[in-house]
Design a protein around this ligand. Structure first.
Ligand code: FA5
Length: 346
């Protein structure tokens, strides 16, 4: 057996020394080190040998395997060098040209902003929780005081999953906002709760400079004893100041959302025209970035929180709109059109 191994070694090395093409090296590797090679067969057959034979042949075969692997690596290096040398000689490779630097990846601007916003709220004591993009109709609408046929459903048209339950309902959809997570979180814990929920939302939307069909929202809500609208305003003022700087102006106005009472919207003065009115802000001087309000008592009751004891505020902000404000971006569609000239700027 040992003689056979020696013979194999001599044959393999003679062949290897004559190889000068990478493809021949691979064929050699398969022939001498591959699964069906004589050496592998010998190693596999060791179990059938006597203890003494096993010891001698096993050691020699393993030594040969290591030797062949090392010889192959050395030959690969030599072949590579000679291929390069031939290419330089033949004028196919010019090593005086500057090298190509590898492209460096980075985080998408919305991911950067998402992390920044989450960090601000985390320093204010909010916990980050995530929820499903595909949501039950109940959480997206009914539990938030938006029953079937309620006109508010028109504000949030979306894509429905293509299946119906046995009783003929279409219960699943792509969530239109992150507010369903208010219900999911409150169902699973008792007050006090102070949570933010970042995530994608979807709408059946005719896109324009400020509307996308898929965008990010961050929901935030706090429920405890004695929480008032002043806490909501204080929290959001502080947030806006930290994100946009002291000089940006903030406006609160009444708004309607069925799951809050009272409801408000918060806007920031338009970065493009500094509040004078332009195409981006539809001439108003303001860009709305979030909806908010005090959690509706009916919503609290639905999750078994006593509205006589507990109150809370909630808000839902649009991440891309805030990015537009922060960087002076005029069209929301730039974020997801994958133009690297745009994305590389962040
Ligand atoms: C809502 O989605 C409510 N769930 C917000 C809320 C939460 C209210 C908690 C009260 C309490 P609205 O549809 O206005 O509200 O969307 C919230 C924010 O998402 C908007 O202020 C805006 O910044 C952003 N937004 C809305 N539609 C789009 C869109 N098509 N493209 C990009 N951003 C959008």
């Amino acid at each position: 057996m040992i003689a056979k191994l020696d013979e194999l070694r001599a044959k393999a090395i003679t062949e290897l020394d004559g190889i000068d093409k990478p493809s021949d090296l691979e064929a050699w590797r398969i022939r001498y080190l591959g699964r069906k090679s004589a050496l592998t067969q010998i190693l596999r057959g060791l179990a059938a040998l006597s203890l003494e034979e096993k010891r001698a042949t096993g050691a020699a075969a393993n030594e040969l395997r290591a030797f062949l692997e090392k010889s192959l690596a050395l030959r690969e290096e030599a072949v590579r060098d000679s291929v390069i040398a031939r290419a330089i000689e033949g004028g196919r490779l010019d090593i005086t040209l500057p090298g190509r630097s590898p492209a460096l990846g980075r985080l998408h601007p919305t991911t950067q902003m998402l992390r920044q916003v989450c960090n601000i709220f985390m320093t204010m004591g909010f916990e980050v929780v995530e929820g499903p993009d595909v949501e039950w109709e109940y959480y997206n609408f009914d539990a938030l005081n938006i029953p079937q046929d309620h006109p508010a459903r028109d504000m949030w048209d979306t894509l429905w999953m293509d299946f119906t339950t046995e009783d003929g309902r279409r219960p699943m959809l792509l969530r239109t906002h992150t507010s369903p997570m208010q219900i999911r979180v409150m169902e699973s814990r008792r007050p006090p709760v102070r949570v933010i929920v970042p995530g994608k939302v979807y709408r059946y939307e005719a896109t324009d400079a400020t509307h996308e069909a898929m965008f990010y929202q961050i929901e935030g809500f706090a429920v405890d004893r004695n929480i008032t609208l002043a806490d909501l305003k204080g929290t959001l003022f502080e947030f806006a100041k930290r994100l946009f700087g002291e000089e940006r102006r903030v406006r609160f106005r009444c708004d309607y959302f069925p799951f809050v009472e009272p409801g408000v919207e918060m806007a920031i003065d338009c970065f493009l025209c500094d509040g004078a009115g332009c195409q981006l802000c539809s001439g108003s001087g303001w860009i709305e970035i979030l909806g908010a309000g005090m959690v509706h008592p009916e919503v609290l009751r639905r999750v078994n929180y006593d509205p006589e004891i507990y109150t809370g505020f909630a808000f839902g902000l649009g991440l891309e709109r805030m990015l537009m404000l922060k960087h002076g971006i005029e069209d929301i569609r730039l974020f997801y059109s994958n133009d690297l000239r745009f994305l590389r700027q962040f």
